[in-house]
Write a protein that binds this ligand. Structure first.
Ligand code: UT7
Length: 326
């Protein structure tokens, strides 16, 4: 008897872009009163990439998208939708996604941006998955692209050392697969706007008198992060009738090594099954998960058929998780 097939959003390709310029902790210490030791001990970060003037949110997003399409062997004209997660769009409108559409020649797609800060990639993945399930599109580019260096307050050592720039993209393709086959198995999204003042940008087009810098109460974000992330991860496990032993890889949002380790410990995931890139990229917000996933896929750690759990938390507060089989 043939197995029943179901329509799933399958990760068909992944691509990344990192700005050419790498800035070490020692170089940050020339700008603010900090040290390599402090940054490494408190965060695990050793370096970050900062974008040059030509490396815009759209430029980096398009480069990452091209990589995802090339890996999938899918032509840009066959993309049905582009969802781009960012907190640092090139313009208030049009959406950076439509600039990516033009740059890659995805003529038949529709595109839009979403703002969910560091949870943006998980949110975009959740949206894309629902759209594929609903039959609205068969190929969706999900992109996280961020130029946080443009919103950092370089007079605030408590935040400016923590973030970096970059982009990552995945192509999700609709496929009819058996129950044990690849694809997104679940996404769980949350936000709590009563915690909005913990991490925000103090300006926008609607507030022209404000500079538009990132402001964060790091200690409070830290306090909430491990608990909320562990609950989002446990929600994904319970929903899929799994335990952490069933998960091959945890690919967390790369904010801080101590948060990543804390969630791993709460879950009982050994560090060998947790992907960490925060040392090389710092916190690239919505780009951090696809950047980490791409690295672990390209170096052969993550293999086809494996179960991957993604989680993120960011300004909003927003948080969530996604479970997929490669
Ligand atoms: O996607 C979510 C994004 N957000 C996060 O991931 C942030 C989560 N929070 C954190 O990662 C941590 O709270 C930080 C890394 C931001 C800070 O670590 P902490 O252990 O919570 O330090 P703290 O804020 O309690 O500050 C301790 C000390 C302070 O000095 P005093 O008051 O004790 O004399 C700070 O002024 O460290 C000082 N400090 C620094 N020293 C050297 C703060 N930033 C720096 C710095 N270099 N860059």
């Amino acid at each position: 008897m043939s197995e029943t097939l179901r329509r799933r959003a399958v990760l068909a390709g992944i691509g990344t872009y990192l700005p050419e310029k790498i800035v070490s902790n020692a170089e940050m210490a020339e700008r603010v009163e900090t040290s390599d030791d402090w940054i490494v001990e408190r965060t695990g970060i050793r370096q970050r990439h900062f974008a040059g003037p030509h490396e815009t949110c759209a430029f980096m997003g398009a480069a990452a998208a091209r990589g995802a399409l090339a890996m999938a062997g899918v032509a840009a004209e066959d993309v049905g939708a582009i969802i781009l997660a960012t907190s640092t769009p090139d313009q208030a409108f049009p959406a950076t996604a439509v600039h990516v559409q033009a740059a890659i020649g995805a003529k038949k797609a529709f595109g839009f941006d979403i703002a969910a800060a560091c949870s943006g990639f998980i949110y975009a993945l959740g949206l894309a998955n629902s759209m594929i399930q609903a039959g609205q599109a068969d190929n969706i580019l999900v992109i996280g692209s961020e130029v946080y260096s443009r919103i950092l307050n370089f007079a605030d050592r408590g935040t400016c050392v923590l973030f970096g720039d970059g982009a990552g993209a995945v192509l999700l393709s609709a496929r009819d697969v058996p129950e044990s086959g690849p694809g997104i198995l679940s996404t769980h999204l949350h936000s709590d706007g009563t915690l909005a003042d913990m991490l925000y940008v103090d300006g926008a087009v609607g507030q022209p008198d404000k500079p538009g810098h990132l402001v964060m109460n790091g200690r409070e974000v830290f306090r909430h992060a491990v608990t909320l992330l562990a609950s989002a991860v446990n929600e994904a496990l319970a929903f899929n009738n799994l335990t952490s032993k069933d998960i091959d890889w945890l690919v967390p949002h790369q904010a801080n090594r101590r948060i990543i380790d804390g969630v791993g410990r709460k879950l009982g995931m050994p560090p060998e099954r947790v992907v960490v890139t925060v040392d090389q990229h710092a916190n690239t917000s919505a780009a951090s998960i696809p950047l980490a996933l791409a690295q672990a896929m390209s170096d052969g750690r993550i293999k086809p058929g494996q179960l991957i759990l993604l989680e993120a938390l960011g300004g909003g507060l927003t948080w969530g998780s996604a479970l997929l089989r490669l």
